[in-house]
Write a protein that binds this ligand. Structure first.
Ligand SMILES: Cc1cc2nc3c(=O)[nH]c(=O)nc-3n(C[C@H](O)[C@H](O)[C@H](O)COP(=O)(O)O)c2cc1C
Length: 185
């Protein structure tokens, strides 16, 4: 159902149809959220990629419970996922990284994501350094960069309807499998 909605949203408006909000929680219970891009469903897990040393990466190391939200204004629909996040296999991350544009590969090496940086010049110098380091050769995946898989334990589909009488379908996993419930709007 998610894939069906995603295709519909992308067909109506491809701009950022793949953008989703990722919420993580710090060790002291403070939530933080940011946008990341959806990289497909693999073995029922929702995939995205990031820097493992970033703030989100550190939070996920300490507490792998996270939430993802899509909102497609073109459809007036929302999908929420909640579950545990794990790192993708090295093989999945290598394959994804190898298919990226070279400029993105260089950028992954150059950016110590979420660390304080003195100026844009420093970033540009780090890009030049990475370009020189990998001149005339393929750029390998940095060990600090790769995929994440969120394995959903709860999924909610929300359809905007007239007069705020929205439809909400919630699915939860337990020992007996997926349970579905309709929720009040
Ligand atoms: C449209 C959009 C797409 C983004 N996609 C990604 C992404 O796929 N991976 C990523 O690490 N950051 C992505 N970002 C940047 C994140 O929102 C965020 O700034 C960055 O990951 C650092 O977050 P953190 O400090 O909480 O770790 C995107 C931002 C926007 C606005």
């Amino acid at each position: 159902m998610f894939e069906h909605w995603f295709i519909e949203a992308h067909a109506l408006d491809p701009r950022f149809a793949d953008a989703m909000t990722l919420a993580t929680v710090s060790v002291d219970g403070r939530p933080s959220a940011r946008t990341v891009l959806y990289k497909g469903l693999t073995e029922g897990a929702v995939c995205f990629v990031s820097n493992y040393g970033s703030r989100k990466g550190q939070q996920l190391d300490a507490n792998p419970q996270a939430a993802l939200v899509f909102f497609w204004s073109s459809l007036n629909r929302q999908v929420r996922f909640e579950g545990r996040v794990e790192r993708a296999s090295a093989d999945w991350s290598d394959r994804y990284f190898a298919a990226r544009a070279r400029s993105s590969q260089i950028g992954a090496w150059a950016s110590a994501q979420s660390q304080v940086i003195a100026s844009r010049d420093v970033l540009e110098a780090r890009i030049a350094e990475a370009e020189a380091r990998f001149r005339d050769q393929p750029v390998p995946r940095p060990p600090f960069w790769g995929g994440y898989w969120l394995r959903p334990e709860r999924v909610e589909f929300w359809l905007g309807q007239d007069a705020r009488l929205h439809d909400r379908y919630s699915y939860r996993t337990d020992a007996s499998g997926w349970q579905s419930e309709r929720l009040s709007p």
